[in-house]
Design a binder for this molecule. Sequence first.
Ligand code: FES
Length: 352
Amino acid sequence: MPTVTLTVDGKQVSVPKGTTVLEAAWKAGAFVPTLCHDPELTKPGACRICVVEVKGARNLVASCVTDAVEGMVVETATPAVVEARKTILELLLDNHPEDCLTCHQAGDCKLQDYAYFYNVKPGAFGGEAHKYDLEDDNLFIVRNMNKCILCGKCLRACEEKQGRAVIDFAYRGFKTKVTTAMDKPLADSVCVSCGSCVAICPTGALTEKAMLGKARKWEIEKVRTTCPFCGVGCNFDLNVHQGKVLGVTSNAASPTNGRDMCVKGRFGVDYVHNPNRLTTPLIKKNGQFVESSWEEALDLVASKLGEIKGKYGSDSIAALSSARCTNEDNFVMQKFMRAGIGTNNVDHCART
Ligand code: FES
């Protein structure tokens, strides 16, 4: 693959042709902030916080939408670059609620991180700020459009990753807002609650209802696991606080699904702590289920299977397994049926 060599902050770096200046700068170890950029989505070059100075260019350029070319000389932290980034942050902060103390996203918010890094405070410009109502009509997602920075990642994830295009920019100028067709509540739209928008939101504009107010971001332990709902085997991170699973966050590094998940996987783990879950075997005695020990339950199953096999033969018994079990469990099940019971009557829910 042809490469180009450029200089970033005095350091030479070679990258494949077609690489953006942003990616080249990152490769050179430079810090370049981004808000609207995501490597899995198209590049709108909207927020301009990634600006850098390119020798010979009349203006600062948005590095995420500029290709690196041979011999280019890039500076990522000149006074002009820093001033431009600070101005962008000041403009965003002046139309942003000052509630970092109680914001659920605090500690995992790009706007907060960059404001801290550049020592930017609200109030530089003053002026009008949005006062939208909190939108919590959706079963799983809470939308606080006062915290939206119009990066557009949510609507691009919805259209480009999920193929839904449920949300988009509406209105014009200061009134521009991410919303559904005809600005209807999310619950009345064709949203299927996949949560891709929540996963990609860089601020607290979109949050998961179940986790809201349950723990600060830095108190949550992330435990990588495999989804138990079907045989696809999506990976995600359980969000655990004080021994309780609060919810999940998808992980772009997951080899199976990246950040994509279905509604069950992303929002359905509350069953873990459901008090109606069976935690001990039940045996029907006199028409009523009564709790038993595992020994008693397994002895009963073994004696019943032996009884049926003796009376009607091995092929009178069949086993149906589940995609919710691990591969190892499914292997053991078919092995038990073939080697232990003596039948090939095995099937699996995922086959149908
Ligand atoms: Fe480059 Fe937004 S990150 S314009």
